[in-house]
Design a protein around this ligand. Structure first.
Ligand code: TYD
Ligand code: MG
Length: 459
């Protein structure tokens, strides 16, 4: 029989009979990969039974509301990232670098769920049952409700789920399992797509929450067609730097909750432990009173987090000064430096700038602008900022400090951690109760903020 192949785009799933350099579907370059066409009969039962009830248009006011039934784990961080617990029948994709702790996290969650007399099926296509047992021993897991299955064939997995009717299923990982009737190799676009569709069907039909692990590519996206992320209900990324013990679980898509939430964990000898008070951790190694170090109160989802921001400004020896950033957008820093130069009169054009967020967190909200500006000014002038000051505010192009959201939560968190002064936008001063153990100073523009920052605190 003649082998038939087709070319499939790994980004959008576009199919073409011949190879092309640029995908006509999504315009990305060099994403078309050759795959064998699967002939053979499609033994899927059809998608029609995913939606059981007959669909009729309903006025929105008449749509019945019911909360999705959720299972709560004892991991509060995990519950929060999911929007308040594991939703029945949801399909969740969790991606992350190799060795970051995806398997560890899901094994701990599985064990946790199985404790409340629930049946959990942990399917691993990567490790043998004995390897999983080794890990479980390390984590002190020994529950009878937790069943492990080392299997790559999705048909067997689906049969097992059908017979077992578990309350929670983990599939580690989508790239290692396959459907026998799809001829391409495990991990290929067709396999990943077909397997996910099959798992989706099982999850919806049996109302079982299913978590699937997805590998990530060099660029950090989940490997396989971009469509994979569209198919599932929730996409989580488990990230962190290999050299830090902190791990951040981030929702990038969530049909059942906000996508701004993060959960913070720490990888210890005995597995992942939750970090319930991240501000303390991020400020733990704070350099006491050195120039360039500033604390900002940023919002991570619904939770305020205090993070240290550091800058190093030093004369450049080349004509083209460097601007390097970690954990913050480089363009933001360039823009703030331009504002500092033009509106405050700091001569930064012949200075190299390095800006870094401590602890491996990423900050991308406008409210960190003021802290970035103060940090740069502090390093440039080589003047310390008081360690009990915290800065909150967005900076505009004319050097004005603009109002930010949730000022009360940010300031309250800072007061709780012992900060004595909060420098905030003036327009943010009214409409909320200022905690009495912190002095809140409103500023109109950058120049004013810098003057206040560089005068010693009265404490
Ligand atoms: P793992 O869950 O296998 O990562 P992934 O599934 O994302 O590839 O995590 C493996 C790493 O975690 C490994 O480098 C060792 C470390 N680890 C601990 O530090 N403590 C532990 O208790 C466990 C189980 C793993
Ligand atoms: Mg793993």
């Amino acid at each position: 029989m003649k082998r038939k192949t087709k070319f499939v785009c790994t980004e959008c799933g576009y199919e073409s009979p011949k190879w092309m350099g640029k995908c006509p579907g999504c315009n990305s370059w060099n994403t078309l990969l050759e795959e064998e066409v699967y002939i053979g009969k499609n033994n899927r039962k059809g998608n029609s039974n995913i939606v059981k009830e007959k669909s009729v248009p309903t006025p929105i006011s008449k749509v019945e509301m019911q909360d999705e039934p959720r299972t709560l784990t004892t991991y509060l961080e995990f519950n929060r990232v999911l929007g308040g617990g594991v939703v029945k029948g949801s399909l969740v994709l969790i991606g992350g670098d190799p060795g970051i702790g995806k398997s560890t996290l899901l094994l701990q969650i599985s064990a946790d769920i199985s404790k409340s007399s629930k049946k959990v099926l942990y399917v691993s296509g990567e490790e043998s049952a004995r390897q999983i047992k080794l890990r479980a021993d390390r984590l002190g897991i020994n529950n009878d409700g937790l069943l492990v299955l080392a299997e790559n064939d999705l048909e067997i997995v689906v049969n097992t789920i059908d017979n077992l009717q578990p309350d929670f299923v983990v599939i580690d990982s989508i790239q290692t399992i396959f459907l026998p009737h799809v001829t391409s190799a495990p991990g290929s676009v067709s396999q990943v797509r077909e397997c996910t569709a099959e798992i989706m069907k099982v999850a919806k039909q049996l109302s079982i929450p299913v978590f699937i692990v997805g590998h990530v590519t060099k660029e950090g996206a989940i490997a396989g067609p971009r469509m994979l992320e569209h198919m599932v209900d929730t996409v989580l990324y488990f990230e962190g730097e290999r050299h830090h013990t902190f791990r951040i679980l981030r929702a990038v898509k969530n049909r059942f909750g906000s996508t701004n939430e993060i959960g913070i964990f720490e990888m210890k000898e005995s597995g992942l432990a939750e970090v319930l008070n991240p501000s303390e951790i991020f400020l733990e190694e704070r350099s006491e009173g050195t120039a360039g170090s500033v604390v900002v109160a940023s919002m991570e989802g619904t939770r305020p987090v205090l993070v240290e921001l550091q800058s190093l400004i030093s004369p450049s020896c080349y004509g083209n000064p460097r601007r390097m950033t970690t954990g913050i957008d480089q363009n933001k820093v360039v823009l703030i430096m331009a504002v500092l130069e033009k509106r405050v009169g700091l001569l930064l054009q012949n200075q190299d700038a390095y800006v870094k967020i401590a602890g491996g967190v990423k900050l991308d909200e406008p409210a960190v602008d003021l802290a970035v500006a103060i940090s740069i000014a502090s390093s440039y002038k080589d003047k310390k900022i008081s360690t009990t000051d915290v800065f909150i505010g967005e900076v505009g192009l004319t050097g004005e400090v603009r109002r930010v959201s949730r000022i009360d939560q940010r300031v309250t968190e800072a007061a709780k951690l012992g900060f004595k002064r909060a420098i905030v936008p003036k327009r943010n001063l009214s409409g909320w109760n200022i905690p009495n153990n912190i002095e809140v100073i409103g500023v109109n523009d950058l120049g004013e903020a810098i003057r206040i920052a560089f005068t010693e605190t009265p404490f």
